[in-house]
Design a protein around this ligand. Structure first.
Ligand SMILES: Nc1ncnc2c1ncn2[C@@H]1O[C@H](COP(=O)(O)OP(=O)(O)OP(=O)(O)O)[C@@H](O)[C@H]1O
Ligand SMILES: [Mg+2]
Length: 239
């Protein structure tokens, strides 16, 4: 069975089908890209997987456990964590304190003070925020806040991290740096990622496989190269 196995997930908001019969399998250690125009259903799919939104149909199985009906905190403790499209660190807490909260409450393990300090240090290091650990989280640049979102996921001990537009609003230099960070995380920390990104170049570079959603339906699935040559994708994206 795949690490993350999504079968026939649909989500209806009133008269709108935000997701229609979506199925996908993510293997351990891969970077799985999710693509689609505004309103395609990408964030809704993340919300269903992470337990923030109940699906109208279908099921999600992570690492052998059925997630449907579980709370977001329970799902996080199973090792599956998401970042939010709109970053929301705890303002008034420092960068390191934000990570301490994640390590304390997100992991589901009882950690000693020494272990928590070690987890926080490792998360800071992993996203290159060590030098900004004492800064109020609200004072970070957007790029820094996106890194903090990733670090918070790491501090919970997540094995699979869903990243919702971590490149959005970053300048080209910051995008390159973020690409390098994510590649390193996959390599060194053996993490699995599902990423949503409008920065198509970055998505193509990072992803092993990509699924394209359009109005809640899967319209294409394949390697970045296959997606780049896909007629229907070109039509949806470029008219
Ligand atoms: N809580 C909600 N209630 C009603 N409709 C919703 C809700 N959340 C999302 N939608 C609708 O579902 C559709 C899919 O939204 P979603 O946010 O998943 O798209 P997206 O692919 O993440 O778009 P974007 O690229 O703009 O972030 C949209 O039409 C949106 O308006
Ligand atoms: Mg979205």
């Amino acid at each position: 069975m795949a690490f993350l196995d999504i079968t026939g997930v649909s989500k209806r908001f009133g008269g709108l089908m935000a997701l229609s019969d979506v199925s996908l399998q993510v293997e351990k250690g891969e970077i799985f890209g999710l693509m689609g125009a505004n309103g395609a259903g990408k964030t809704t799919l993340f919300s269903v997987i992470a337990g923030h939104v109940a699906p109208s149909a279908g099921e999600v199985v992570f690492n052998g456990t059925r997630l449907t009906g579980l709370s977001p905190s329970r799902i996080c403790r199973l090792g599956l964590c998401r970042t939010f499209q709109i970053v929301r660190p705890f303002a008034g807490l420092t960068v390191a304190e934000n990570l301490r909260v994640a390590a304390l409450y997100g992991s589901g393990r009882k950690l000693s003070a020494v272990e928590i300090a070690r987890v926080v240090d490792a998360a800071l290091e992993a996203v290159d925020l060590s030098d900004r650990r004492h800064l109020d989280a609200a004072q970070l640049t957007l790029s820094g806040q996106k890194r903090l979102e990733i670090a918070r996921a790491l501090a919970t001990g997540a094995q699979l991290v869903m990243l919702d537009e971590v490149m959005a609003g970053l300048n080209p230099t910051e995008v390159s740096a973020m690409l390098a960070t994510l590649e390193r995380l996959r390599g060194d920390h053996r993490l699995t990622f599902v990423i949503v990104e409008h920065v198509i170049g970055a998505l193509m570079t990072l992803s092993d496989r990509i699924l394209v959603l359009d109005h809640g339906e899967c319209i294409a699935f394949g390697t970045p190269e296959e997606i780049g040559n896909h007629d229907r994708v070109a039509e949806v994206y470029f008219g």
